[in-house]
Design a protein around this ligand. Sequence first.
Ligand SMILES: [Zn+2]
Length: 376
Amino acid sequence: MRARLSTRSSAPVRQSSVRAHNLALVLHTVANNADRPSRAAVAATTGLTRATVSALVDDLIAGGLLTEVGPAPRTGAGRPAVGLVLGDTPAALGLEINVDYLAACVVDLTGAVRQRFVERADQRPADPGQALTALGGLAARARAGAEADGLILAGAALAVPGLVTEDGLVRVAPNLGWQDVDAPALLRGAPALADLPIAVDNEANLAALGELRVTGGDPTFLYVSGEVGIGAGLVLGGELYRGVRGWSGEIGHLTVFPDGRLCRCGARGCLEQYAGQEALADDEQLAASALGIALAAVVNLLDVPVIVLGGAYAPVFERLRDGIGTELRQRVLTAGLAPAELRPAALGADAAMRGAADAIIRGVRDDPADWLRRAG
Ligand SMILES: [Zn+2]
């Protein structure tokens, strides 16, 4: 599989058969209907025959993708039908490595978090092999807990604070000191991960996709992830904008003070020297102001109406809001006409690993035939 995650929210085009297409259609129909639809209701919604729906539902139940439950209370005549809900077998492992922590979670087909582990430790002294071995240990605990619950993992995805190629190679992660790290290969060395498809992507991109999925609201926003470094994910019209090589969103290296502090990237005055997590702990108001200056540049250039603050910014959002807003009002040409909305991330500090797991889950929901082949 591609090591970087697909950002498409609709069914993938590589479905090779009508059956694969219809399996996805039936699964989506149940997923999008909170009223426990019957087989007949699914047939009516999809336009497929009842016999076809029944055969597809049987396959989806056998693969743990759907479950039959008691009928929803209903009024009117007739025998209440058995309803369908999403099944409880497939799950995904979301992993994150950041400068000062490792994290792992397991998310099930409905998007519920079933396991969550966070280990605070400075990763800068560790080499990539050591760091990913430690992460493999957390993954093993998460997997064991999930399997004890009867879940089967469909895959794992890793969020990293750096530039990632389509093959999952981490070209550079300045704050970890990583360069050209084959993260999938190192992770596969962990016994808990050896048999799973592993994807790798930038943490802010995954967090932005997670935010898009969870809120289901604004289709265009800038997600800013404040960690020791600062990344951003730009979602335009419901699609993540990656840039030509997949390396967009490096907002942490926008210059806010040209003669300012030296950054790990080699330049001076980068945003993350003033608004990264360590600078934030020293001086919250300087951090808010620097963030506001950088965000004003983004809003002037791109006309994004919503800015979502995640990572370390989410818990202190209320204390940053005024300082950022002051800069936006002063510096954004259209601030008086249509001020950009600021809000904290819905998933808080877990957004990147949740987004990573969610991307795998979306893959299962968009292509259940692939899951059934692998599970069968
Ligand atoms: Zn920099």
